[in-house]
Design a protein around this ligand. Structure first.
Ligand code: 4AD
Ligand code: MG
Length: 429
């Protein structure tokens, strides 16, 4: 039986659970084993007067695997309000002394990443992974319930979407022009001509040369693209998507949020409408807070932090200047030095979790912008074909799922939101 179900049964019921020892301690005449499985933890109690049982228990270490049978007893001091009084134990693997302990973790901030294959068993990772499961499921539910088709783009590509500086070259037989994809956007733009509304959940890769609290070299990207979608519709879609995901987590993951000490009030606040803040307004706010920034400058992590501390919900930051956004963004016809672009910034200092906007759909306009940006039209031959044959207005976005989870869980670092993080220095385990 799953450990979580033990707590629904009445006192005196005999149960068998299987799992791993999470904690072990002795107190006068008793040995306490906190046992965990995939569903939760329960305290098991052994009387030292039972010599057979206590000799087994004394051999077992933290993380030994076992099957244990006993009787449920209410105990307000035990986690979950009940414990199991043990009658028999079958142990599978007593194993070695588990290497993870607080001293090792304190001595070296990289230690828990070096042993991530074992640290994954911690309560913290357990909680994050369960929130992650809910977030991925919620994204699928949201898009499917609204008639978007799930599609897949390739991971090996031959051109940049998001600028050449973060492209990862791959050794691909004898070719030198193959990279890992930075975004599936261009393939989604292809697919709207067959399906109109599409989304994908896939990894994206960026050769990010520095370690920051919000950059990975491999991250999970939820991207959507929609024919005929215009700017206001895109902003509403983003608001609805993020609200849907956060509500799902609140519905399903209260215990996990508590375990992570996440203040659920912040998340309960996430309801439409989100405040729309133009780039111009953002520059004014930042200047009024003493940030040295002028119109045309990029809004980086530090500026986003200052900005988002002013709001208690995600904000939609829109109309970035042309020069700080990728070439495919459509310029606003009524103010061509700006683009119909939007970033969603998570509150509490977290910052960007989504980038998106309307795309240029006019052939001549796209060619001239590619040239203006110093890029080569021949690198984008098939992308330009989309503007030659039946082009339509369209818009889309990419949501960084790991960043979203980092914010939902209130984590310090994006590496804590991912089971096996990848960054400039880490490729193991
Ligand atoms: O803003 P970005 O670069 O936009 C695109 O890639 C578009 N082509 C997406 C689209 O319109 N289909 O990336 C989108 C999001 C960012 O807002 C951020 O949340 C996440 O992807 N992201 C990263 N997450 C973790 N580590 C990195 N190195 C990331 N780079 C981007
Ligand atoms: Mg961006």
């Amino acid at each position: 039986m799953s450990i979580k179900d033990v707590f629904n049964l009445s006192e005196g019921t005999e149960v068998t659970v299987r799992g791993w020892i999470y904690r072990k301690r002795e107190l006068r005449d008793k040995i306490f084993l906190v046992v965990r499985d995939g569903s939760g933890i329960v305290q098991a109690v052994i009387n030292k007067s039972d010599q057979d049982l206590s000799s087994i228990a004394s051999k077992l270490n933290v993380e030994s695997s076992l099957v244990l049978t006993g009787v449920i007893k209410r105990e307000p001091r035990a986690p979950g309000g009940a414990e199991i009084h043990v009658k028999s134990i079958n142990w599978y693997y007593a194993g070695y002394a588990f290497p993870i302990n607080e001293d090792a973790a304190k001595a070296d901030s990289e230690y828990l990443f070096d042993v991530r294959h074992l640290w994954i068993r911690s309560r913290k990772m357990w909680a994050v992974l369960r929130v992650r499961h809910t977030v991925f499921g919620a994204i699928h539910e949201f898009f499917r319930s609204r008639g978007y088709y799930e599609v897949q783009g390739p991971m090996f590509v031959s051109a940049a979407v998001e600028g050449g500086s973060t492209l990862f070259p791959v050794k691909y037989f004898d070719r030198e022009d193959v990279y890992l994809t930075q975004s599936s956007q261009f393939y989604l733009e292809v697919l709207i001509y067959a399906l109109e509304r599409v989304y994908t959940i896939a990894p994206s890769f960026r050769a990010e040369p520095s370690r920051t609290r919000r950059h990975l070299t491999e991250f999970w990207h939820a991207e959507a693209e929609e024919a005929w979608l215009q700017f206001d519709g895109l902003l509403n879609l983003l608001e609805d998507l993020i609200t849907y995901i956060v509500n799902k987590v609140l519905e399903e993951r209260q215990d996990e949020l508590k375990l992570l000490n996440r203040d659920a009030k912040v998340l309960e606040n996430v309801k439409p409408p989100f405040q729309r803040v133009s780039y111009d307004e953002a520059i004014n706010i930042l200047q009024s807070k003493g940030v040295g920034i002028k119109w045309g400058d990029d809004i980086g992590a530090d500026e986003e932090r200052v900005l988002t501390l002013q709001f208690d919900k995600p904000i939609l930051l829109h109309h970035f200047p042309e020069q700080i956004k990728a070439f495919y963004h459509r310029n606003d016809p009524s103010r061509p030095e700006t683009t119909l672009s939007v970033d969603v910034l998570a509150p509490e200092g977290y910052g960007e979790i989504v980038g998106g906007g309307e795309r240029i759909y006019d052939y001549e306009e796209l060619i001239s912008k590619i040239k203006r940006f110093g890029l080569k039209p021949e690198d984008y031959d098939w992308y330009l074909d989309l503007r030659r044959y039946g082009s339509v207005p369209h818009a889309g976005f990419g949501l960084g799922i790991d960043r979203l989870i980092m914010w939902i869980c209130g984590l310090e670092h994006i590496r804590d939101a991912v089971p096996f993080p990848r960054d400039i220095r880490r490729i193991k385990p």
